[in-house]
Design a protein around this ligand. Sequence first.
Ligand code: ADP
Ligand code: MG
Length: 269
Amino acid sequence: DGFSAEEIQSLQTLADVCAVVLSNIHDFQAMQEKNRLAALGAMAAGLAHEIRNPLAGVQGAAQYLQNEDVSDDAQEMLDIIVDEAHRLNIVVSQFLDYARPFELNLTPDHINALVGKGLTLVKAQGLPQGITVKEDLSGDLPSLFLDGARLSQVLINLLLNALQAMPDGGTLSVQTRRRVARHGNDMAEIVIADTGVGISRENLEKLFIPFFTTKEQGTGLGLAISQRIVQSHGGEIEAESLHGRGATFIVRLPIPEEDEQQENLDESI
Ligand code: ADP
Ligand code: MG
């Protein structure tokens, strides 16, 4: 015999209750996972901090010995200690940068000026052979309230990544533009494109995960930190790439409505 209408009704009720219980379990597990990750993050930051002082000691001691009269073999070993300690120090510092809560120091600044400064800094370090730089800066962008120092850090990360992706030369294009929104805020966009090695579809999904790197000397923290900085400005970073045909990174920052913007500027005067 089939089920009666009442039986079907009570099965339905039972299924509903099961669904609620399962969903509660899922929420609970998600919460536990979140707490675990938060605790792990705090512990990792503590650990990174603890590594710093002894590391400085190791580096200092090795540097002292470098100036002593030691055999060539020992000198070579000392060079390795100093170099690797330096590298570890960079990873630890960048990790602390990523893990620490930070407050934005907002002042009126112009995106074109930040881009100009970033390019100047990168050029000052010496562009590799065979790199052409193209700039196309929009005249249609207002000054925005930004943390200029941190956004410069983002731009430099993106510019260096682009250069590192073009070991055999290529074109680095930097563009700023205004994206007019039908709903919500217009966006100021900074587009940094290269004609380098590109990013595989698989790696595109991992770019912003801390410590993801394909470079022997990479820390894998540049994009993770950059994303955090941009998001804390209410913006976003997007990456596009066709493998083997270069990569494009777009930073989007919201442009406040005129009145809001004017009010903020008035307040800052
Ligand atoms: P790192 O530069 O230390 O490796 P990042 O977070 O800056 O760390 O970048 C993570 C990874 O993303 C890089 O190792 C590289 O594989 C990839 N990547 C980032 N920018 C580009 C780019 N412009 N072209 C190709 N790959 C890139
Ligand atoms: Mg990088």
